[in-house]
Design a binder for this molecule. Structure first.
Ligand code: PRP
Length: 190
């Protein structure tokens, strides 16, 4: 990975395969936004994005919606690898909006084991919202350890490491407009 200014390096150079093109993602978001508009029928909706990965998705999805929406965000930390076994996550940024009586749509870029979302849903439901539903752009069915009620689902992806459209490797690649896999050299070059 050559990173010097003027070196001609582009993020795209690190991508092995594009799994979901930008056009495909946007077309699916338009479809799902249409479903959301029909389901909520202009009832005000609170979109809750799970940082950091959901910020790209949240911005695009919201711009396809006609339903009036407000935005809030949560950030969670997974205690390193502990969440993979225990499902316990720590909330490092909580909501600013009181969700009691509100219609909430949790927006996630990817559901992997499902443990993060499982914890978040239990936490949010305890706050007395009128409803809580889940929007997940991606899921990895082979990895799922907890079955979750995903109301709006974009795409199932194979059990490979994916980046782009909010998803990172070492905090990079979130700004790619598509979802893809990284070339093997990227992992070895640090
Ligand atoms: C990703 C994703 C979910 C979680 C899913 O976040 O955005 O929050 O992992 O994994 P799970 O289903 O196995 O619990 P990540 O921890 O990579 O943080 P980031 O969004 O800040 O990159």
């Amino acid at each position: 990975m050559v990173q010097g200014p003027g070196s001609g390096y582009r993020l795209d150079d690190d991508i092995e395969d594009v799994l979901l093109s930008s056009d495909r993602i946007q077309a699916r978001l338009v479809e799902l936004a249409g479903e959301i508009d029909r389901d909520y029928a202009a009832r005000p909706l609170l979109l809750v994005g799970v940082l950091k990965g959901a910020f790209v998705l949240m911005a695009d999805l919201a711009r396809h919606l006609s339903t009036p929406v407000e935005f809030d965000f949560m950030a969670v930390s997974s205690y390193g690898s502990a969440t993979r076994t225990s499902g316990v996550v720590r909330i490092i940024k909580d909501l600013e909006i009181d969700i009691a009586g509100r219609h909430v749509l949790v927006v996630e870029d990817i559901v992997d084991s499902g443990l993060t979302l499982n914890y978040l849903l239990r936490n949010l439901r305890a706050r007395g919202p009128a409803s809580v539903e889940v929007f997940a752009l991606l899921s990895k069915p082979d990895q799922t350890r907890v079955e979750l009620p995903i109301r709006y689902h974009g795409f199932a992806v194979p059990n490979v490491f994916v980046v782009g459209y909010g998803l990172d490797y070492a905090e990079r690649y979130r700004n790619l407009p598509y979802v893809g896999t990284l070339r093997a050299e990227v992992y070895s070059s640090g």
